[in-house]
Design a protein around this ligand. Structure first.
Ligand SMILES: CC(=O)SCCNC(=O)CCNC(=O)[C@H](O)C(C)(C)COP(=O)(O)OP(=O)(O)OC[C@H]1O[C@@H](n2cnc3c(N)ncnc32)[C@H](O)[C@@H]1OP(=O)(O)O
Length: 415
């Protein structure tokens, strides 16, 4: 990776460690200007400098973009190398001159050269990344549960689970083991790289908005940790008395009884009447235990946006829930090496994907492939929106069913 000149008199260069503070400062300014020193130091320790880009105007850093070397679970359970695109910003003094476009182009070329078939990101605004071939591939669930009015029906075994308070750092290894056991079972989950376990413990006082420090409970059965929850509480008083909120930060459980025992704890904390949760999987089990889903105010929003950087390798890396044999005519203006016809043959055991000159069965862009890749958005739905064309009758249903996933995708944390 050398230095290159963009068409707008800014240069792209690889970030040097000694420039990190300036680089990070530019990023923070673009994100509203407030960030804690603890966050800066964590970011510094996680930053992969050789994959971080700075856009320069003279000596001034006017653009930032980074990538983490993740492995992401895909349908079928394989953990596939995926560039976690992050820390993207352009100085407001240099906006809308193509700086982001030049960074995205360079970054995707670098990802391809590293042999990573996928890139994934959380978008600050969903309108930004479609033009670069990313598709919104997963959703996340947000809810504000009125725990004074909503009750839970618990499954058998919940009473056998012991829930106890713990210091988050003291039980970190046990919590990480729970997380790691869940990674292969859900598309979108990220295998934790060394150092990333500390992200869940980041707790700067300046960002608590009046809530408590991070609290933690672990769930145990027969002395083994089978789940955990990290949360904050914020006590409030209204005209009718207490009106506190529990803010859930993270919850993971190895089995339904543990999961339910943790939700029971969160629903039942005294003086709290709202349980606020965000970034949860769309099939979070509490939804099927509550007495009144309306008073939980569930909402969906986009989470991970996926980009197939090497379409053939990415499609061959996952499995398909039913047999599929289709020729895809792929449009990819931003990464032209992907454009053209590919034959995808797959089933629940594996897949292959090769260039072909055979007639196409489906025509779509790389963005639709990104959206449907983790099994959370169906090709049929995209076709109804006019974004996938069926050229051979029957091919759309065949491919759409095959691309699905019995477990909805979920990206467990931002980056
Ligand atoms: C993974 C992450 O880190 S997400 C974080 C993204 N960063 C932020 O949101 C921080 C604040 N915003 C910014 O720093 C900048 O506005 C950026 C990075 C979003 C855009 O940078 P720019 O250099 O202005 O983008 P650039 O000039 O390359 O724009 C390319 C195209 O995208 C469009 N575009 C850029 N930003 C946006 C946006 N926020 N919403 C809609 N369209 C956008 C431009 O209009 C342009 O369209 P065109 O090709 O049709 O003319």
């Amino acid at each position: 990776m050398g230095t290159e000149r963009t068409d707008r008199a800014t240069e792209l260069t690889v970030l040097r460690p000694e420039d990190f503070d300036r680089w990070w400062g530019g990023l923070v300014r673009a994100f509203g200007g407030v960030a804690a020193a603890e966050e800066r130091e964590l970011d510094r320790s996680l930053t992969e400098f050789d994959r971080s880009l700075a856009a320069l105007d003279g000596d001034e850093i006017v653009g930032t973009a980074g990538a983490f070397s993740f492995r992401m679970t895909v349908p079928g359970g394989a953990q596939v190398p995926a560039a976690g695109v992050t820390m993207v910003s352009v100085a407001a003094t240099h906006r809308r001159r193509g700086v982001l476009t030049s960074m995205m182009r360079r970054q995707l070329e670098d990802v391809r050269a590293l042999g990573e078939p996928l890139a994934v990101l959380f978008a600050s605004e969903p309108a930004i990344y479609g033009r670069f071939g990313y598709g919104a591939a997963a959703s996340q669930l947000t809810a504000e549960i009125d725990t004074s009015r909503v009750s839970l029906a618990l499954p058998a075994g919940a009473d056998d689970v012991r829930v106890r308070y713990a210091e988050p750092a003291d039980v970190l290894d046990a919590c990480e083991a729970v997380y790691a056991a869940l990674v292969p079972g859900r598309p979108g989950m990220l295998a934790r790289q060394p150092g990333w376990e500390r992200v869940g413990l980041l707790d700067p006082e300046s960002e608590r908005e009046g809530a408590s420090a991070l609290g933690c409970v672990v769930a145990e059965r027969d002395g083994e940790v089978t789940g955990y929850a990290r949360y904050r509480t914020k006590l409030g008083w209204g005209p009718d008395g207490h009106d506190g909120t529990v803010k859930l930060e993270d919850l993971a459980a190895l089995d339904p009884a543990t999961d339910a025992a943790l939700w029971r704890f969160l629903f039942g904390i005294d003086l709290m009447s709202t349980l606020s949760l965000h970034g949860r999987p769309v099939d979070d089990a509490w939804q099927y235990l509550v007495s009144d889903i309306r008073r939980c105010r569930p909402r969906l929003r986009d989470s991970g946006h996926v980009r197939l950087v090497d379409v053939a390798a990415a499609l061959a890396a996952r499995t398909y829930q039913t047999p599929v044999d289709v020729v895809l005519d792929v449009e990819d203006a931003f990464c032209p090496w992907n454009a053209g016809r590919l034959r995808l043959t797959g089933d629940p055991k594996g897949a292959s994907c090769e260039r072909t000159t055979d007639a196409a069965d489906l025509a779509l862009s790389v963005r639709e492939l990104g959206a449907s890749y983790l099994g959370g958005v169906s090709l049929l739905s995209l076709a109804r929106a006019g974004r996938v064309a069926e050229l051979r009758p029957g091919a759309l249903t065949e491919a759409s069913v095959a691309f699905g996933s019995p477990v909805p995708p979920w990206l467990p944390h931002g980056f």
